[in-house]
Design a protein around this ligand. Structure first.
Ligand SMILES: [Zn+2]
Ligand SMILES: [Zn+2]
Length: 343
């Protein structure tokens, strides 16, 4: 173990008020916890949740606040009780950076469901910075063969759409729909295509049709086209909602076959008005899930390395983080923005 890399202060880019541009901020991280690791940040993706936190959309932001939770870097310090990791090893840290490690959820490997799970950017500073710490279990090693400059978004967006494939035992023979083609949806299309499923992309307009096919969709349906929606009624096994808009949920549920599931990973703004008669006769389900566990993330990374699945990203120097956030706010990001901490 070496303290050569110890920094007295960490420096990052902080919002000082809701919707404010980010400004440089140095802070004292305190002593390294026994079970913590410290990483030198190389890259950090920008997620819509970063924007929501900067804007205090969920009411839990405290300022100043450094966003960033799609972090890739190398380990520069290991706490005395950190396990399974080496100095210099490249890892990623996502939406969560710690959990209690002893509750039922943690003990069964569902650390992401721990009641005291620690979000990386709620109540502490995140990865738009030179350094970040996490519990060792939540620093997930990168396998060889994945470009570290592109991989960051897998740790939040990627694990969010990959986890349901394992949780709900999606089979290669399944017909799966993906609603919304953005940061999450474009990865879902790539995963499901490599998984072997027949993949249908649902978009608000058919403008994105060619793009959806390029990303792995076999079929593209405009969710506003009621004739097209009727034509696929009763055909899908699983429908993954990555969109963040209110949609015609009854029409989407009607595309499911018996025992089909409408599953939410995108934060849609309003409550979902569904009568149980839409669920009971065909034994359909509604559900939602957060990011994956550390073990699910490791499985996802192995799958991504095998099939060379990476997010489609646009890169910005971290010194131009405000331009990068403006680009995200404009809705023009295709499909994820990644900050390079060396620039
Ligand atoms: Zn995120
Ligand atoms: Zn726990």
């Amino acid at each position: 173990m070496s303290n050569n890399a110890e920094l007295a202060t960490f420096t990052g880019w902080a919002a000082t008020a809701p919707k404010a541009p980010l400004e440089p901020l140095s802070y004292d991280p305190g002593p390294l916890g026994a079970e913590e690791v410290e990483i030198a940040v190389e890259y950090c993706g920008i997620c819509h949740s970063d924007q929501s936190m900067i804007d205090n959309e969920w009411g839990n932001a405290r300022y100043p606040f450094i966003p960033g939770h799609e972090v890739v870097g190398t380990i520069v310090r290991l706490g005395e009780q950190a396990r399974g990791l080496k100095l210099g090893q490249r890892v990623g840290i996502g939406w969560y950076k710690g959990s209690c490690m002893h509750c039922g959820s943690c003990m069964e490997g569902s650390h992401q469901l721990c009641r005291s799970v620690k979000p990386t950017i709620v109540g502490s500073h995140g990865g738009f910075a030179d350094r970040l710490r996490s519990h060792w279990a939540w620093a997930v090693p990168l396998p060889d063969g994945l470009d570290p400059a592109l991989v960051g978004p897998l740790f939040c967006a990627g694990s969010t759409v990959f986890s349901p494939l394992l949780e709900f035992d999606i089979k290669p023979t399944d017909r799966v729909g993906v609603v919304g083609i953005g940061g999450l949806g474009h990865l879902a299309l790539r995963f499901l295509n490599a998984w072997g499923c027949e993949v249908t992309a649902f978009t608000s307009s058919l403008n994105k049709q060619d793009e959806a096919r390029r990303l792995g969709a076999h079929k593209v349906v405009a969710s506003t086209d009621s004739a097209a929606m009727k034509a696929i009624a009763g055909t899908l096994d699983f429908l993954l909602v990555t969109a963040s808009a209110d949609l015609d949920w009854q029409a989407l549920i009607a595309t499911l076959r018996g025992k089909g599931r409408l599953h939410f990973v995108g934060i849609v703004p309003s409550a979902i008005p569904v009568h149980v008669f839409n669920l009971i006769p065909q034994q359909k389900s509604l559900s939602g899930s957060p990011v994956g566990s550390p073990s699910t993330m490791a499985t996802m990374l192995e799958f991504c390395a095998r099939h060379q699945i990476l997010p489609q990203v646009e890169q910005f120097p971290m010194s131009q983080v405000n331009a990068a956030i403006d680009h995200l706010r404009s809705g023009k990001a295709r499909y994820r923005v990644v900050l390079d901490a060396s620039k």
